[in-house]
Each structure stands twice: as structure tokens, then as C-alpha cells.
Design a protein around this ligand. Structure first.
Ligand code: ADP
Ligand code: MG
Length: 703
């Protein structure tokens, strides 16, 4: 069975052999298999069951437990069709220990003839209650003879993800054939070096795969279901390793790429810092230095700037931009929403005005005349900084000399958008530097994996003088008290956000809800101005509303989650979030981060729709207890899985086949060690490993 590392290209290896060589696989079936991502025999073997059923033993009816999937057997003592709201065929099955009802709705008339009194039946299904009796609804069944020793299954029954026209039985049949081939040995390349297998006590690949397709009956079912069986963990290890290697490889590639060095001259940055109304925190200074050093290198910077909401990332971005501009290059800053882009525009224009730097903007809502003029300034090099939304990546946007790309709130962008923007700076072999900013903190081990291809800077300190936001969780029914609270806040010349998040999966409805709320609030808040902002408004209207809120002409801003990212109005000190139970914790944290930006005491009221589940209560408790983004992210990760936090598209990590980043976090440190070792000592297995686990998905790590 043992495989050597060197002969992975052998043609009879299962990775090179198509499923069409199996018995019964014609073009139709081959297409259906392809729909499940299965082309080669190796694909088929890596298409592992996602759960199992235990049909290896008969359970006496007396021993059946609610919720179990079980095999039971007995004689039909009664069989009748019952008419009523839902006509059904109902049979009573009896063995020596008790009775079980089996029910069929919408049954074929012929079924009744099969299930007559006196027949012996073996059933497999979920055990449910029916009044005080036990039942199975639509069990799989077969006729058996009394006293027959019809064998039960020899292994646990695998259940595969499948597609229309591809039955479980068919998949079992095909995997049986593939497993027979596997038994011949030598056909599935063991890519992990022997020494690593031994050191980490990993099961051999072929053994693990065979076991997972057909687990023996004595195996721990619970362990298997939890994904914690050594055979599973062995595959998890290999998959995590493949991801890690792909990132390290990317990083290596980047280090071989060429960029124009952008050394700091301090021409602008010194006077910029002097004119700031605050001093930079230690953390800001540290990350600015890290970025500055990267920019001066002849390789493209690929730096991720992590910092909790309100930690002051914008000014760091400004410093990076200045260094590139000083060196004679252009900078593009991309933000995920028009509101945020507008705000950056206002801030950077103000900051850079005295420095005589030309700042332009590009958004979807720009008139075509204005847009043309903006584009011209970019092509000519007259504009040094452009701020915009994804409108920046459109085909006709061309730069004179793009040296640095800054992406704010990176988790909101797809990889393709970032890549497209970056490509605008490609010149001959040169690639622009890149700074990616995110407010989504993720646990450290996870960061090592998710961002292994990037250098990471962390702002781990908030600007001084912030008072922590106080959070209350309040049922929806107490809205009237909240109005009092708003009035009180506005009387103190402070401002308020009222957020109406997604109620249905419909933006229209969401905006409608916000409109209704705004109208209602304006009625009860006669002395104050209520404004409304949502995603379906025109760019120019949004702009007016935001600037009115900023200047204080609007006291209460009713908004959809469009204000989630980046919005910065330090005088706002109260936020109400409706339907908070429907939002993820990280999203609530982002939203809440819109207040507590100045030095006044700030409050956040989370309004929920009763009743709350126990888990729901716990989640909101987390929001009340902490304002630490890392703690919140860890909780969110456990509750909702990694997809939400990492952003599937950014990392490719959320679509893993066998690994689960939450469950398998504990392996990451080992995996990182092994990845380093493989890079140095076994480079020949890198490509086959990445190919096996990531296939074409590899390109997602590219930027
Ligand atoms: P985020 O990291 O969430 O993007 P911002 O860059 O929007 O945060 O900064 C939040 C607020 O803190 C802004 O009003 C900004 O002007 C202010 N700020 C940034 N750095 C400092 C500092 N060192 N001292 C005081 N205030 C600061
Ligand atoms: Mg920001």
C-alpha cells in the first residue's frame, strides 16, 4: 500500500484516471458526477460521506429511542389505509419486544399489496413518536423471511452529497469499485513524507480514505459524526496543509515580483502630522513605520492592516498614501460603499488641501461628463490620489503611474475586484504596493492560516480618551422609553443613529422599514430633525444627508446597515439597533463602532423581538459584556463558523472539504510547522498537494 513521493506522475494513478472507466459510467452519469466535482477516480475517493447511518445491527423494538436512525424488524399485525386530512397507509410491526407503527403518506396504491398482515419486514428509518407509540415515517424496508439470517450491513452506511439522478446506491456502487482499485495499492499517492506521518502519528492516506467510505461497525459513531476520528483528522491535516502551502507559495512568488520602491522623503508627511488635531498612538506609529519600510522595498508590499473599529486606520492609510505621492506615484483608495468613499474623500481633501495634492473621486453615481474629466486627471497623472468605490475597477479607468492600492474594509470586496484594481498598476514587470485594511479581528492562530500570504500589522490600541460604549439589550416592546432617551440625548446636543437592519432578504423591504421608522420618529420628536439614509437613495442625496448629519443639522439619523462600515461622526453618542437578534456579532460590533468615537460617554441599545432563544440571549450577552473585537470575533466564529468572519472570497478557507476551521483550530500550529518544513525539505509535494485539495481554487489566494 505504501507510496513513494517521487512517482506521483505515474499514469495509472487514480488522479489521472477518469470515472468513465468504472462499470456503469456512461456520459450521462459522468456528467452528473462532474456536477458534484467528481471527474477522476481520485476525486471520487475524496468525495467523502458527510454523514453515516448505522445499519449494522438490528435493534429490538423495545430498545428504539426517539431520534435514532435504526434497523428494526417484525411481523405486520395490522395494515390499513386511513383517510383524513392526510391519507396514509399505517402498519403495525411487532417483534418479541414491542410494537412499532410505520407510516406512508402519498403512497403508491401497489404498496398496500406488499404490506399485508403477516408479512415480515425489516425497516430502516428515524424513530419518532406517534401519540404514545413509536413510529417510522417512510422507512426504507425490505421483506425478510422469519428466522432468515439476512445479513445486516457490514459497515456503517455512508451518505454522500449528491445531485439529481445520482442515487446514494449508485455512489456506493461506484465507490465500491474505486475502493477495490485502491486495495491493489500504489494508486493513490501518499504525498506526506513518511517522517511527518510518523512524527504526527497520522494515518496513512489510503487507509484513512478506505475507512471513511466504509467504516467498520465497531468504530465510534459519535467520534465519526463529530469529525474527530483519526482518519478524518488525517485528511483535515492534509487539507489545511495544502491551504497553508498555497499561501506560502504565493508569498514566495510575491517576494520574487518587482515593484518600484517608494522611499519616504517626509516632504509631505511631516507637515501632515503637524496639522493633525491629535497625536498618533504608539500603535499607529508602529504600523506606519512597518508600512513605510515595506513601501521602500523593490517588491510589492502585501500588507494587511488589522485594527478594531475606531482604532484610527484612516490616518495610517493617509500616511501610506503620502509616502507614495512623495515618491511621485499615484494612489487609489477603494471603499465598499459610496457613503464611506464620500467620507474618505471629505477627510483626505481636508487633510491634503494645504499640501497641494490633487484628490479626485470615482463612484457609480458620477455623471458621465464629470467622470470623463476625472478619468483624464488620472491618465495624465495630474491627480495623485483617487478615492472611490468598486467603480475604480472599471475597464476605462487608467492611471499614469499607480504605485499604491489601498483597500478599506477588505471583507466587503471580492478577490476579483481587488485584483482588477491592482492590475491597473501593472507596468512591464512592476506591480503596485498594496495595503488592505480590515476591522474584523480574527483569532491569532486563524490569522496565521487565513493571512499566511500577507504581512500583518495590528493596531492594538484605541486613541486615548475614549469611554467604552455601554450596551443594553432591550425588548422591542419598550420603544417608548427609548424615545425618551433619544430626546434626552439630543437636548445635550448629541446625535443619534437608529439602525433598521435586514428584516427580509429584500433591500426594498428594508428601506421601507427605515422610511416608516423615520416618519414615526419625526412625529414623536417634534423638536428635532430626523434624517433617513438607505442604499436605494441617489448618491447625491446620501451625500447631503451625511453632511447634514455631520454638521449637526440632523439630530437623529435613521439608517439601514449601509452605515455599517467606516462612518465616522464623533458627536453621535447613542445608537439603537432594531432586530439585533438577526445580525451576526461581528456585524453588531461594526455597527456599534459608529458611536464611541469621540470622548463623550456613548450608548448602544440593542432592540430585540421577543422571544429570544437561550443561544440568542447568550449571544447578545456577549455584546453587553465586551467591546473587544477579538473576543466578539471568537464568539462569532464559534456560533456561525468561519465563513462570515473571514469572508469566503478573500481566503478560500471557508469552502474546505473536510476541515472545519473552528473544530480543527487546534491543528493549525502543527500544520504551520509542517508547512514550513515541506517548503524547505520536500518542495516536490507542494504542487500535487495544492492541486489535490484546492484545484483551481488556488487563484483565490493570489492577492
Ligand atoms: P477606523 O480604524 O475604524 O477606520 P478611523 O480612522 O475612522 O477608525 O478613526 C476613528 C476616529 O478616531 C476618527 O474620528 C479619527 O479622527 C480619530 N483618531 C484617529 N487617530 C487618533 C488619535 N491618535 N488620537 C485621537 N483620535 C484619533
Ligand atoms: Mg475605517
Amino acid at each position: 500500500m505504501k507510496q513513494s513521493l517521487t512517482d506521483t506522475t505515474t499514469k495509472n494513478h487514480l488522479e489521472h484516471r477518469l470515472c468513465s472507466e468504472l462499470k456503469g459510467v456512461g456520459s450521462v452519469l459522468a456528467q452528473r458526477l462532474a456536477k458534484c466535482g467528481i471527474r477522476t477516480l481520485q476525486d471520487l475517493l475524496f468525495h467523502l460521506p458527510y454523514r453515516y447511518q448505522d445499519r449494522t445491527r438490528l435493534t429490538a423494538i423495545r430498545d428504539l429511542r426517539l431520534g435514532d436512525y435504526a434497523v428494526a424488524e417484525g411481523r405486520i399485525t395490522h395494515s390499513a389505509v386511513k383517510f383524513g386530512r392526510r391519507p396514509r397507509l399505517e402498519c403495525t410491526l411487532q417483534d418479541a419486544t414491542g410494537q412499532l407503527q410505520i407510516l406512508f403518506f402519498n403512497f403508491h396504491p401497489g404498496l398496500q399489496q406488499h404490506l399485508v398482515d403477516g408479512a415480515w419486514l425489516r425497516c430502516f428509518g428515524e424513530v419518532r413518536g406517534l401519540g404514545r407509540q413509536l413510529s417510522m415515517i417512510h422507512p426504507e424496508f425490505q421483506h425478510v423471511q422469519t428466522g432468515d439470517e439476512v445479513p445486516v450491513e457490514q459497515t456503517l452506511t455512508p451518505i454522500y452529497h449528491t445531485t439529481a439522478g445520482l442515487s446514494q446506491q449508485r455512489l456506493r456502487d461506484l465507490t465500491d469499485q474505486a475502493l477495490t482499485l485502491l486495495e491493489q495499492g500504489g494508486l493513490l499517492a501518499e504525498l506526506l513524507p513518511e517522517i511527518i506521518l510518523q512524527h504526527y502519528q497520522l494515518t496513512e492516506l489510503a487507509t484513512a480514505v478506505a475507512l471513511l467510505h466504509r467504516p467498520p461497525p465497531q468504530i465510534s459513531f459519535a467520534q465519526l459524526e463529530a469529525g474527530e476520528h483519526p482518519a478524518q483528522q488525517r485528511l483535515v491535516f492534509e487539507e489545511l496543509l495544502a491551504h497553508q502551502l498555497s499561501k506560502l507559495q504565493l508569498r514566495q512568488q510575491v517576494n520574487q515580483q518587482v515593484a518600484d520602491p517608494l522611499p519616504a522623503t517626509q516632504e509631505y508627511s511631516d507637515s501632515f502630522i503637524k496639522q493633525l488635531p491629535f497625536t498618533l498612538t504608539q500603535a499607529q506609529q508602529r504600523v506606519i513605520a512597518e508600512i513605510s519600510e515595506d513601501l521602500a522595498q523593490p517588491h510589492p508590499m502585501q500588507r494587511l492592516l488589522q485594527g478594531d473599529v475606531g482604532s484610527g486606520k484612516t490616518v495610517v492609510a493617509a500616511m501610506a498614501a503620502l509616502q507614495a505621492i512623495e515618491a511621485g506615484y499615484q494612489v487609489a483608495l477603494m471603499a465598499p460603499t459610496e457613503i464611506l468613499a464620500e467620507q474618505h474623500l471629505a477627510k483626505f481633501s481636508e487633510w491634503f488641501m494645504t499640501l497641494d495634492i490633487k484628490v479626485v473621486w470615482l463612484m457609480g453615481s458620477l455623471s458621465s461628463g464629470l467622470r470623463k474629466a476625472m478619468l483624464a486627471t488620472l491618465t495624465s497623472g495630474e491627480a495623485q490620489l483617487v478615492i472611490g468605490t468598486h467603480a475604480l475597477v472599471q475597464a476605462d479607468v487608467q492611471f499614469y503611474k499607480l504605485g499604491l492600492v489601498i483597500v478599506d474594509e477588505q471583507h466587503r470586496f471580492g478577490v476579483e475586484q481587488r485584483l482588477l484594481l491592482l492590475e491597473k498598476g501593472y507596468q512591464q514587470q512592476q506591480i503596485p504596493h498594496q495595503l488592505i485594511m480590515t476591522a474584523t479581528p480574527i483569532p491569532r492562530t486563524l490569522a496565521m492560516t487565513a493571512y499566511a500570504d500577507l504581512n500583518v500589522s495590528v493596531i492594538d490600541e484605541l486613541p486615548p480618551g475614549r469611554t467604552p460604549i455601554q450596551t443594553a439589550v432591550v425588548p422591542n416592546t419598550r420603544r417608548s422609553q427609548i424615545v425618551e432617551r433619544i430626546i434626552e440625548t439630543c437636548r445635550k446636543q448629541r446625535q443619534v443613529y437608529w439602525v433598521c437592519p435586514l428584516i427580509e432578504e429584500s433591500e426594498v423591504l428594508q428601506c421601507q422599514a427605515a422610511e416608516d421608522t423615520a416618519a414615526h420618529l419625526q412625529q414623536v420628536l417634534v423638536d428635532f430633525n430626523v434624517g433617513l439614509i438607505h442604499g436605494r437613495m441617489k448618491g447625491i442625496d446620501k451625500e447631503t444627508i451625511m453632511s447634514d448629519f455631520k454638521s449637526g443639522r440632523i439630530d437623529v439619523l435613521v439608517a439601514t446597515t449601509v452605515i455599517e462600515v467606516g462612518v465616522d461622526v464623533p458627536n453621535a453618542s447613542l445608537m439603537i439597533i432594531e432586530n439585533c437578534e438577526r445580525l451576526g456579532l461581528s456585524q453588531l460590533h461594526q455597527l456599534r463602532g459608529r458611536v464611541g468615537r469621540g470622548c463623550v460617554e456613548s450608548y448602544c441599545i440593542l432592540l430585540y423581538q421577543a422571544p429570544l432563544s437561550e443561544a440568542g440571549k447568550q449571544r447578545l450577552q456577549v455584546m453587553r459584556d465586551t467591546t473587544d473585537g477579538f473576543v466578539i470575533a471568537q464568539q462569532d466564529l464559534m456560533i456561525r463558523g468561519p465563513g462570515e468572519i473571514l469572508g469566503t472570497k478573500q481566503t478560500g478557507l471557508a469552502n474546505m472539504r473536510v476541515a472545519n476551521l473552528v473544530r480543527d483550530q487546534y491543528l493549525l500550529t502543527q500544520v504551520n510547522e509542517v508547512a514550513q518544513q515541506v517548503m524547505q525539505q520536500y518542495p516536490q509535494v507542494i504542487t500535487p498537494l495544492i492541486q489535490r485539495w484546492l484545484g483551481d481554487g488556488e487563484k483565490y489566494g493570489r492577492i
